[in-house]
Design a protein around this ligand. Structure first.
Ligand code: PLP
Length: 479
């Protein structure tokens, strides 16, 4: 920016504060009057500075509310539209997740990891975790060598009880049941509330682990259109709950997989009311909730549940270590059934890993680590979005998640994402094609991109390569 007047100097100073994230995306800037007093310049000068920043797309004004920092993604590709898998309304559960499609995914360690939704393990607090493990194994002695029976280590459940205050919950340790990762948590919850042949409402697109679980238990998925920012379409859900007998609703309420959307608070409340009205339990997965890109972590649906209808599931796989396999559920009024199911299937779990996570959480380093991890996730998602915007073909749409580390890319309709997946693998790049997120293999022209690793120039080149391959595929299919 060329600077030769006072308002331009002020605009430049404010720009620096925005770029350094002193003022974060979505945050309100000081009022014109306040800043004019504080910086001892005229109101007109501040107004001109704000207008200058507005013209650069860095801030926006809201009538009667003031000026706000633009979303970090405002200059990027347009967002995907509300997904509307029209055919699913008529034929719930008729589709099948193609297990051969899922099995064809390749997340091998020699591949560039845009396919798998995990973080670079170097972003985890490796030495702190090792220290906790060593301390616990020394101190616990034989206690660490025995079975950890359901509901699992009281020490860890006490820590979870404290941690969940930040999600809007007030739950004593007795409400928690420990599991081997979030996958075991939602498997047992599903078995606790539904049986063979039952209909399960899922977001669309949804995490293929849910579709696999539903299918393996011979239940039927009912895909509900999902907004890329605000999550599951409640109007549509309401209509379908009137029409069909649904046994459960499965949702990733915060920074979902794969859309990255977060259900706003009012809608979370409405969803819980709806579940109560139709007497349908919600299996809520909050595995990404601790990873907002700015501000506090969002609340969970369970925070608005007075009746034990929400079975909340999560784990430390996205924040500390997927390999520890430490997860949990707070299954509300289904707790004794969940405990019985775990006792019947897993019987008991690794004591040492649970004690070790409890020790780490007690050290109060977790919140510091989360701050650091959130900064990495935000910056990786932003960088990846920028590179995708620069290299992907015209007509591509891209989500703008406010947390987590997953992007959903919608190409022009001509693109076949499995073909792109195949070509990308030949260049040692892994991606996840859209159809695995639907029981009816929708989203043929979409892919999920994970931003779990710091963006090096090697990764940047790989994204540019993907863009080239996508452009080639589209031009071949339009010939
Ligand atoms: C929504 C969701 N739930 C569960 C998991 C797996 O969780 P865990 O490793 O704790 O079993 C994933 C992994 O990507 C996920 O995205």
């Amino acid at each position: 920016m060329k600077v030769d007047t006072l308002y331009q100097t002020i605009a430049l100073d404010l720009k620096k504060l925005i770029e350094s994230r002193t003022y974060r995306p979505g945050e309100k800037l000081p009022s014109v009057r306040k800043l004019s007093n504080q910086w001892n310049v005229s109101i007109a000068t501040i107004q001109s500075a704000y207008l200058e920043l507005q013209s650069q797309g860095l801030i926006y004004s809201q009538p009667r509310a003031g000026f706000f920092v633009e979303s970090a993604f405002s200059h990027l590709l347009p967002e995907p539209l509300l997904s509307s898998p029209a055919n699913t309304f008529n034929d719930p559960g008729e589709g099948h997740l193609s297990t051969s499609l899922v099995d064809s995914l390749n997340f091998g360690p020699d591949l560039i990891p845009f396919g798998i939704a995990t973080l670079d393990p170097n972003l985890f607090p490796i030495s702190d975790l090792h220290r906790s493990l060593t301390r616990v194994s020394r101190r616990a002695g034989s206690e660490a060598l025995v079975y950890d029976f359901v509901p699992g280590s009281i020490k860890l459940r006490q820590q979870l009880s404290k941690l969940c205050v930040r999600s809007g919950l007030c739950m004593p340790p007795e409400e928690f049941v420990l599991t081997n990762g979030a996958i075991e948590a939602f498997h047992v919850c599903l078995r606790a509330v539904a049986k063979t042949g039952d209909l399960i409402a899922v977001e669309s697109p949804t995490y293929y682990g849910f579709l696999r679980a539903i299918q393996n238990m011979q239940m039927r998925p009912l895909e509900i259109p999902t907004h890329p920012r605000e999550g599951i379409d409640l109007g549509c859900l309401n209509t379908l709950l009137k029409k069909h007998k649904v046994s459960s609703i499965m949702t990733v309420s915060n920074y979902s997989n794969p859309l990255g959307c977060t259900i706003p608070i009012d809608r979370k409340k409405d969803l819980v009311c709806m579940a109560k009205k139709f007497n349908v339990p919600i299996i809520e997965n909050d595995i990404f909730g601790d990873l907002p890109h700015f501000g506090d972590r969002p609340s969970v649906c369970k925070a608005y549940d007075q009746d034990g209808m929400v079975l909340l599931c999560s784990s430390f796989s996205k924040t500390l270590s997927p390999g520890y396999r430490v997860g949990w559920t707070a299954p509300g009024k289904y707790k004794s059934r969940v405990e019985w199911l775990i006792h019947e299937s897993t019987f008991a779990s690794s004591t040492l890993m649970r004690l070790s996570i409890a020790e780490y959480l007690a050290s109060s380093n977790y919140q510091k680590h989360l701050l650091n991890l959130r900064r990495h996730c935000a910056s990786q998602v932003q960088q990846m979005s920028m590179i995708v915007s620069n290299h992907f073909p015209k007509g591509t749409r891209l989500t703008r998640p406010e947390g987590g580390f997953i992007l959903w890319v919608e190409f022009p309709e001509k693109l076949n994402s499995f073909e792109l997946h195949r070509l990308a693998l030949a260049h040692k790049i892994s991606i996840t094609p859209g159809p695995v997120f639907s029981s009816q293999q929708q989203y043929q022209n979409c892919i999920r991109l994970s931003c779990g690793y710091p963006i090096t120039s090697y990764l940047e080149q790989a994204i540019a390569k993907l863009g080239k391959l996508a452009t080639q595929l589209i031009s071949i299919s339009t010939k």
